[in-house]
Ligand binder design. Structure first.
Ligand code: UDP
Length: 340
């Protein structure tokens, strides 16, 4: 297959590129590096079946060419992370909606398949867990910026399904739950890399609210394997799937687990939500997927348990922080020779 990944220099996109290359497919990544990073795909540059294009999905002329080349488009390009969405709501909503329109329009004109990466955010603040794909969405008021992200992704789902019904564009929608692994940065506030780096530095581990909110974290390798399999399965077309892990955990327990596994002297502290995200913030109390649908279709089961995920992420950040420290030392070392 020829696979186009929008947002392929991001955390999940770069792992997906690896997975597809490993399976023998050709991969083109388009990314504007707004939140993606060249370092995420540097190791793929030497692969003959890999190509990277630095540009935005909103460049219609270029996208027409890339979509023409591809058999399937994995549309992952989006403004992600609650922190980014709260801080830059216009960019987040506009990027998400416009980019999705371009991808669907181009795919419709050329009869190509689209896998649209949506999010578990669309379930909103419902307390009916686990979340099933056909559940109602329970979103908060429009003056709470957080829900703008969920709405922009929900609109993407509506659009994708409308293109399927109206023009027969084969679309597959995946709702990604919290995904974790190497290359996920703490820059956009994601909880596990944030806690791990705080613990490794001996800084306070900052639990938001009372920490009783829950999430279920999935290893990125499990997620991208599911995406690749769904893109190839004919019966996935026109359907929505939860992708993630159903091992539910309280955020405060994640903090304590990370403290124990790192042997860190860090204190676990509780920070009110409004200090981080402003007055109008509302969190999701629980978030757990029902995985029956994806399990039934492709036999999907997450393979890596939370304990192992945490160990791997800790090992990754230890290595990363050591090399960051080395780089800083190099910079500080006095220059012995003039570079003139
Ligand atoms: N969180 C936290 N401390 C942090 C970062 C996040 O307690 O330093 C909490 C956050 O408020 C949320 C959960 O961890 O309840 C997961 O946050 P994340 O941004 O990783 O993903 P979300 O599930 O909210 O999209």
């Amino acid at each position: 297959m020829r696979c186009l990944i929008t947002g392929g220099a991001g955390f999940i996109g770069s792992h997906l590129a690896e997975e597809l290359l490993r399976a023998g497919h050709a991969v083109t990544v388009i990314d504007d590096l707004s939140t993606g990073n060249l370092a995420n795909i540097a190791h793929l540059e030497s692969e003959a079946r890999f190509r990277f294009v630095l540009d935005t999905v909103l460049n219609r002329r270029l996208m027409a060419e890339l979509v023409e080349w591809a058999d399937v488009i994995f549309h992952l390009a989006a403004a992600v992370g609650v922190k980014l969405v709260v801080e830059e709501p216009i960019r987040a909503m506009e990027t998400n909606v416009r980019a999705t329109e371009v991808v669907l329009e181009m795919a419709a004109a050329r009869g190509k398949k689209v896998l649209f990466a949506s999010t578990s955010e669309v379930y909103g603040k419902t307390s009916k867990v686990p979340f099933r794909e056909d559940d109602d969405l329970v979103l908060g008021a429009t003056w709470r910026p957080r829900w703008g992200y969920a709405c922009s992704k929900a609109l993407g789902e509506f659009l994708a399904l409308a293109y399927w019904r109206t023009y027969g564009v084969p679309v597959v929608i995946v709702r990604l739950f919290n995904t974790v692994g190497p290359r996920q940065t703490n820059r956009y506030g994601m909880v596990i890399p944030t806690f791990v780096r705080q613990a490794l530095r001996g800084e306070p581990i900052t639990v938001h609210g009372d920490g009783r909110q829950t999430r279920s974290f999935c290893w990125v390798g499990d997620v991208v394997r599911a995406l690749a399999a769904l893109a190839e399965h004919p019966e996935a077309v026109g359907q929505v799937f939860n992708v993630g892990s159903d091992e539910e955990v309280r955020i405060v327990d994640v903090a304590w687990r990370i403290k124990a596994l790192t042997g860190s002297p860090s204190e676990v502290v509780f920070v009110p939500y409004d200090r981080i995200y402003g007055e109008d913030f509302e969190d999701m109390p629980r978030r757990v997927p029902d995985l029956t649908k994806i399990r039934t279709l492709i036999g999907y089961r997450p393979m890596v348990r939370l304990e192992e995920i945490l160990k791997r992420v800790i090992a990754h950040h230890r290595r990363l922080m050591e090399s960051e420290l080395r780089d800083r030392r190099e910079e500080r070392r006095p220059q012995l020779f003039s570079t003139r």
